[in-house]
Ligand binder design. Structure first.
Ligand SMILES: Cc1ncc(C[n+]2csc(CCOP(=O)(O)OP(=O)(O)O)c2C)c(N)n1
Length: 615
């Protein structure tokens, strides 16, 4: 069956039994591909029937489907002509793991960061109305993504707007870990409330009796339904803010899904369809471990075991050190925006449940919450991935740095992350954080230095960011020296007279490799681990450049306003003349997907290239 699906038109020709068979084949195919390539598994297995139903009822690209986060679009990609390409998903030159407008006209909006879909869909709906068109606009959002501030801001606007659009709430009770918060509790009530479900079924039966398309009766029932619901569910949030609420509906029953989607087309104004799904559906191992199989590396289908040996990574080291520090300091608290496991906080939660706060996919709130805690004397530690810190920029400036609050902001997954691609590459954080007055920015060269920096950060009563990459330390370079961390002080790892190599974070290991390569060519390099981008150790670096008159910078970030810029400024500001400078950084563009090694090669950051350039 799956071989015959080359476009949504092919789905529309199938009868219900064929669609059910197709759903099973799609599941099997996704499982095969993800077990080989890695990727987002559980969320995709959960939306197979929903995606088939959506493409049965709506017509993309005329109708617009905006997928929140977009990690669950593998089924959509299969149905919209990318079945074979799925085999190369997330690989260099293969299709992306998220929707991309440049990849297909069936992808109407790029996503990757959570909670944007309702805003984007409402924008499209308003544009449609102004243009006098009549296409449908649908946002598909998970219960996890619904905890994000943007989603709530958009619901507020959409409900009030009376603009015709559909929000599909894909409720699997999971973010990456089990979902949290008051909204989740409220959804729980909707899921289970017997009286409500009965009333809802009654309305559904009534609705099903009437021919659906073009009947004003639907609108009358819509009103009755709303009235009944007000009686049954006190404080029916979605209806109260202006949405017509439909559901809950079994998200694995294609017939029911199609029926409710058809009904939604007839409703005036914004509709929210509450769809209940199971994360990992159909693959028992993922159903039982939906968080582990949210995003996975290659694994064995039989056992679910990872094909690659799990090595220690920066997130884990961070989490372990934080537990150690928290044992000796009860002011330390940890906050996560729905990324407990990814950021290495699982152990902290276990050890200090009352000092651990999972606050939903709400990075902005996480940072200002931390500011409030710091104001009252706690020491909040907030690990967030670099690309998601983009969300909390104003909070870092306005709530933390401007008030000089002691918040430790750990910027995990800093630099290029690989297969997740442009939405997830963490290449901008140094550039945007460097602009923030009063903010300390540091980056460790290895695990031990991360531990030292964390300890230092706890002792320094300042707003601080510590950035570290995805994965582990460089296996080929072992650093012996671990000098004491001092505010704004770089460390000279190796002295040399011919060239100065200044690097920061994980690129310090690369600098050492470059220095070794240059040595084989008779060039003596002085290697400086910058440690701090802010305050920047002008003195140490200046002295070295004045000596060698030849400097290169290496960093795992954009070329604008990072280490390269800091060194250039230093040269100009200090009138150092006749200096040769070369900078190795990512260009001023969005970095595509591929492995980190491939991307470093493409962007000229591999050590061989740097050695060649400078020998
Ligand atoms: C701003 C932002 N923060 C964090 C993430 C990481 N993230 C990706 S998916 C996800 C959970 C999404 O849960 P939900 O919306 O319920 O979708 P599900 O995977 O359960 O289908 C998180 C936290 C993100 N993509 N964007």
């Amino acid at each position: 069956m799956i071989e015959q699906i080359n476009s949504p038109e092919d789905i529309k020709k199938l009868n219900i039994d064929e669609k059910k068979q197709l759903a099973e084949e799609i599941r099997k195919y996704i499982l095969e591909v993800v077990s080989e390539n890695g990727g987002h598994l559980a969320s995709n297995l959960g939306v197979v029937e929903l995606t088939i139903a959506l493409h049965s009822i709506f017509n993309v690209p005329n109708d617009k489907i905006v997928w929140d986060v977009g990690h669950q679009t593998y089924v959509h990609k299969i149905i919209t002509g990318r079945r074979e390409e799925l085999k190369n998903i997330r690989k260099l030159d293969g299709i992306a793991g998220f929707p991309k407008t440049k990849e297909s006209k069936s992808d109407c909006f790029n996503t990757g960061h959570s909670s944007t879909s309702i805003s984007a869909a409402l924008g499209m709906a308003r544009a449609r109305d102004l243009k006098g068109q009549d296409n449908s606009v649908i946002a598909v959002i998970g219960d996890g993504a619904l905890t994000g501030g943007m989603a709530l801001e958009a619901l507020n606007d959409a409900g009030f707007s009376k603009c015709k659009m559909t929000v599909i709430l894909n409720d699997n009770e999971m973010s990456i870990s089990p979902n949290i918060g008051g909204l989740n509790k409220f959804l729980g009530k909707l899921r289970t409330k017997k009286l409500y479900t009965r009333t809802n079924n009654l309305v559904k039966r009534k609705m099903n009796k009437i021919p659906i398309v073009g009947k004003p009766t639907v609108r009358i029932i819509q009103k009755i339904k709303r009235a009944i619901k007000q009686l049954v569910i006190q404080r029916m949030f979605f209806e109260d803010i202006g949405f017509t609420y439909l559901g809950p509906v079994d998200g694995h029953n294609i017939e029911e899904l199609e029926s409710i989607l058809m009904t939604s087309k007839e409703v005036r104004g914004p509709v929210l369809i509450h769809v209940l799904t199971k994360k990992g559906k159909g693959y028992e191992i993922a159903e039982n471990n939906p968080d582990k199989f949210h995003a996975t590396g290659p694994f064995d289908i039989e056992t679910g075991k990872s094909k690659k040996e799990k090595k220690p990574d920066y997130s884990k080291k961070f989490g372990e050190k934080l537990v150690e520090l928290a044992n000796n300091n009860d002011k330390i608290v940890a906050i996560t925006a729905s990324m407990k496991d990814g950021t290495g906080l699982a152990k902290f939660k276990q050890e200090f449940p009352y000092r651990f706060f999972d606050i939903g996919i709400a990075e902005q709130h996480a940072v200002t919450l931390a500011a409030g805690m710091a104001q009252e004397g706690l020491i909040p530690v907030v690990p967030i991935y670099a690309s998601f810190y983009q969300r909390a920029y104003d909070q870092v400036i306005h709530d933390v740095a401007m008030q000089d609050l002691h918040v430790i902001m750990c910027v995990d997954r800093a630099g290029v992350v690989g297969a997740d691609g442009e939405t997830h590459q963490g290449t901008l954080d140094m550039a945007f954080f460097r602009l923030v007055p009063n903010l300390v920015i540091m980056a460790p060269k290895d695990f031990k230095e991360l531990e030292d920096m964390l300890e230092f950060a706890v002792s320094l009563k300042k707003p601080i960011t510590i950035r570290y990459p995805r994965g582990g330390e460089d296996s080929k370079i072992k650093f012996e020296s671990h000098n004491k961390i001092e505010l704004g002080k770089a460390e000279i790892l190796q002295e040399g007279k011919d060239i100065t190599i200044v690097a920061i974070g994980k690129m310090v290991a690369k600098a050492m490799k470059v220095a070794n390569g240059l040595k084989e060519n008779g060039i003596e390099a002085e290697v400086i681990n910058a440690r701090f981008l802010k305050p920047f150790d002008e003195q140490t670096i200046k002295q070295s450049i004045e000596k060698t008159k030849n400097v290169i910078t290496i960093e795992d970030g954009t070329e604008i306003n990072g280490l390269a810029t800091a060194v250039k400024e230093l040269i100009i500001d200090n009138n150092i003349s006749d200096v040769k400078i070369k900078t190795y950084a990512y260009p001023d563009e969005y970095i595509r997907h591929g492995t980190v090694e491939e991307l470093e090669k493409i962007y000229g950051l591999d050590e061989q290239k740097i050695i060649e350039d400078n020998k």
